[in-house]
Design a protein around this ligand. Structure first.
Ligand SMILES: *[C@@H]1O[C@H](CO)[C@@H](O)[C@H](O)[C@H]1NC(C)=O
Length: 205
């Protein structure tokens, strides 16, 4: 800990926030899609990402049930209220709760049992945008991808505007074997890294 940090802590009780953010994992969220997406994160909120743009998001250690996903076809007014065709979170630009399926999900729990992070890409809530979820660190080397054209190949009965509904385990598992496609699919699709690892999430990798 630096001298500056020590001074900071002794003079500012509010520095607990500073300490927590020092313990946070950084998620670099990048949009490589040839269209605009509105990235969403719980915890974290949301942001419009044009093609090629990145959002650096710090997530506190100890977070469970964390999710990052893409929203498409959004319109928001100056108060950050509106709606999206896929992934909408109660009409808010700054998501406070999970989105409406179908949406491809990067899921994580940070610094859990044995100080391990648990990460997966989930198709349990269906699919809207191809994603890659990877560790961005020397300490861990995990890359989870789901890049199949699931929307294009979606069976008619599962299709909705901009997405493909879940509930079809054979279809998804066949196309994205690394992704978590049905409840209890942990063996092939949940990955771990040491706590404190940073991550990258790419839409349309
Ligand atoms: C944005 O939309 C919401 C919900 O329709 C409305 O209550 C709010 O006044 C709007 N804000 C602006 C600045 O238009």
């Amino acid at each position: 800990m630096s001298l500056f940090t020590n001074l900071y802590i002794s003079f500012f009780p509010v520095s607990i926030i500073f300490l927590n953010s020092a313990n946070a994992a950084r998620f670099g969220v990048r949009n490589n899609c040839p269209y605009t997406v509105w990235a969403a994160a719980v915890p974290g909120g949301g942001r419009r990402l044009n093609q090629g743009e990145m959002w650096a998001l710090d997530v506190p250690a100890g977070t469970t049930g964390g999710r990052i996903w893409a929203r498409t076809g959004c319109q928001f007014n100056a108060s950050g209220m509106g709606r999206c065709t896929t992934g909408d979170c109660w009409g808010l630009l700054q998501c406070q709760d999970y989105g409406t399926p179908p949406n491809t999900l990067a899921e994580f729990a940070l610094s859990q049992f044995n100080n391990m992070d648990f990460i997966d890409l989930s198709l349990l809530d269906g699919f809207n945008v191809p994603m890659e979820f990877s560790s961005n660190s020397d300490r861990c080397n995990q890359v989870i991808r789901c890049t199949a054209d699931i929307v294009g190949q979606c069976p008619d009965e599962l299709k909705i505007d901009g997405g493909c509904n879940g509930a079809c385990r054979v279809f998804f598992k066949d196309r994205c074997p690394d992704a978590y496609s049905y409840p209890r699919d942990d063996a092939s699709s949940t990955f771990t890294c040491p706590g404190g690892t940073n991550y990258k999430v790419v839409f349309c990798p």
